[in-house]
Design a binder for this molecule. Structure first.
Ligand SMILES: CC(C)(COP(=O)(O)OP(=O)(O)OC[C@H]1O[C@@H](n2cnc3c(N)ncnc32)[C@H](O)[C@@H]1OP(=O)(O)O)[C@@H](O)C(=O)NCCC(=O)NCCS
Length: 174
């Protein structure tokens, strides 16, 4: 199955703060994720605190992506709506490790976590229309394009079309 690294997810914790702080400086991450730009002082610590709080209420979850055991990015559920059974998912990979199947493996794990372990009905990805690599990852993980929301204010001063990609739980009818 190819020569990519072994990819796993670990619940995000203080040991991943250094990796997150470095990842958040990457121009593509700033462009295509909702990380604030410019990054506020102490961003990584407050990000972890927010995800810790969300984990306690069941409304958010955050994982570190590990490639051969080392920090390689983040895989997150920034909004879990358990009453509707809908979850938004997102991901970002450390620049040096891109193009080796890390995001694809991580999104497959994250999707199994959401639809199988958490028994949510639908996983959604919000992908900037210009983010060709992320759309390819979505496609390879069995997501389908659903619709585009035009002119979304992603962050102050940046307006982009956002594509919604969806994958639903497969219900076994037997
Ligand atoms: C998008 C991102 C997560 C992809 O991570 P990755 O580990 O490199 O992804 P993978 O190696 O699993 O797969 C990337 C796929 O996109 C393709 N790809 C990469 N750049 C591309 C480009 N500019 N145009 C077309 N396809 C591209 C690769 O060829 C590969 O597809 P293939 O296996 O069919 O060849 C990474 O680039 C990233 O962190 N970007 C910044 C943050 C971000 O955009 N997150 C997603 C927010 S929705």
């Amino acid at each position: 199955m190819g020569g990519g690294p072994a990819v796993s997810l670990a619940l995000f914790g203080a040991e991943h703060l250094g990796g997150l702080a470095a990842l958040a400086e990457d121009p593509l991450v700033l462009r295509f994720t909702r990380f604030p730009d410019p990054l506020p002082e102490g961003f990584a610590v407050s990000w972890l605190a927010r995800y810790d709080a969300g984990r306690r209420t069941g409304s958010m979850e955050g994982f570190a992506i590990l490639a051969d055991g080392d920090f390689a990015g983040i895989a997150v559920a920034p909004e879990i709506d358990r009453s509707r059974g809908v979850v938004e998912l997102g991901y970002a990979v450390t620049p040096e490790l891109r193009g080796r199947g890390v995001a694809t493996a991580a999104l497959n794990h994250l999707t199994s976590w959401a639809l199988e372990q958490q028994q949510l009905q639908r996983a959604e990805l919000l992908i900037g229309a210009a983010n060709v690599a992320s759309k390819r990852v979505a496609e390879k993980c069995g997501y389908r394009y659903d619709h585009t929301v035009p002119n979304v204010q992603v962050k102050p001063g940046r307006i982009e079309d956002a594509e919604h990609w969806i994958r639903e739980q497969i219900v076994n009818s037997s």
